[in-house]
Write a protein that binds this ligand. Structure first.
Ligand code: NDP
Length: 276
């Protein structure tokens, strides 16, 4: 893969390697036989992950509520990308989505549970309705889709389910009680699903992005320079992340290169989770 252009460049060379490194072909970092369903794939991190997975050879199907956004996103990736409008909170519709994708493109080999909403509100002002909305989107929505793809993956003894967790899964952050509860639930879900599915060849992991420059973070930071400074002061690498930083980590965890990795929550955070 050309990391500058995100175009796949690897080709089998005469000595049986891709020419980028000495690993024997087929390169374990490529996803050429894969079909990835990415929720929230129309923007931000979901789109970046879709772009990186496509550059590594995968076909990608983007799912989200806004059809125009999805259409544009798929077009920006090119012929390896398609989309289905889908609301992850419509839990009972998950099996039908998986079925439609399967019939049109073939079996889903990679599921990325990325769709999410942010809610910045003091805990004492957070209502049950707020809380349920965030939990339904993140926790129940990703469970419903994971439940829908898992049987086929287990039958094929192969597959990867990736959750997009957060720094809020790892430590306490003020004013995000519902979001933190939802993202912390991912950690439990990843561990529980890994123990159930991995004996059948399905790997289940999470990425915990640090502070990455997307609309979601920009909105959360708006007018809060103190918060920005606090984040950068605790990040050893001294910068916000880029969506491609997360995309490349998603390629790795979804690829055969990570074939013995399951049940982990990998921070992609420039060291923010260990910074002082
Ligand atoms: P965006 O707002 O750009 O992306 C969120 C995506 O989720 C959108 O494409 C949105 O599309 C989709 N979405 C929201 N609700 C639903 C729904 N009910 N059904 C289907 N799709 C839905 O933000 P990010 O890219 O930043 O966030 C992506 C994920 O990464 C989230 O889970 C977020 O919590 C997580 N994250 C982000 C970090 C960051 O720094 N940006 C840090 C840590 C975690 P639409 O509205 O059209 O449905």
């Amino acid at each position: 893969m050309n990391l500058g252009t995100m175009e796949p460049t690897a080709e089998k060379s005469e000595n049986g390697t891709c020419g980028l490194c000495e690993v024997k072909w087929p390169c374990p970092f490529l996803l050429e036989d894969d079909l990835a369903l990415i929720t929230g794939g129309g923007s931000g991190l979901g789109l970046a992950m879709a772009r990186c997975l496509a550059a590594a050879g995968a076909r990608v199907v983007l799912a989200g509520r806004g059809e125009d956004k999805l259409k544009q996103a798929a077009a920006s990736i090119g012929p390896r990308a398609d989309y289905y409008p889908f609301d992850v909170t419509k839990l009972h519709e998950a099996p039908a989505l998986v079925d439609k994708v399967d019939k049109r493109f073939g079996p889903i080999t990679v599921l990325i549970n990325n769709a999410g909403i942010h809610l910045k509100k003091p805990a004492v002002e957070t209502t049950e309705e707020d809380f349920l909305k965030v939990l339904t989107t993140h926790v129940l929505g990703s469970h419903a889709l994971s439940r829908a793809v898992a049987p086929e993956m287990m039958a094929r003894r192969s597959g990867s389910i990736l959750f997009i967790a957060s720094m809020a899964s790892l430590f306490g952050i003020p004013n995000v009680v519902a979001y933190s509860a939802a993202k912390s639930a991912y950690v439990g879900m990843v561990r529980a699903l890994a123990t159930e599915l991995s004996p059948h060849g399905v790997r289940v992991n999470a990425l915990a992005p640090g502070w990455i420059e997307t609309d979601m973070t920009r909105n959360a930071m708006q007018g809060d320079p103190e918060r920005q400074k606090k984040i950068l002061d605790r990040t050893p690498m001294g910068r916000f992340g880029t969506p491609d930083d997360v995309g490349l980590a998603a390629v790795y965890l979804s690829s055969p290169a990570a074939k013995f990795i399951t049940g982990v929550v990998l921070p992609v955070d420039g060291g923010a989770s260990i910074g002082f």
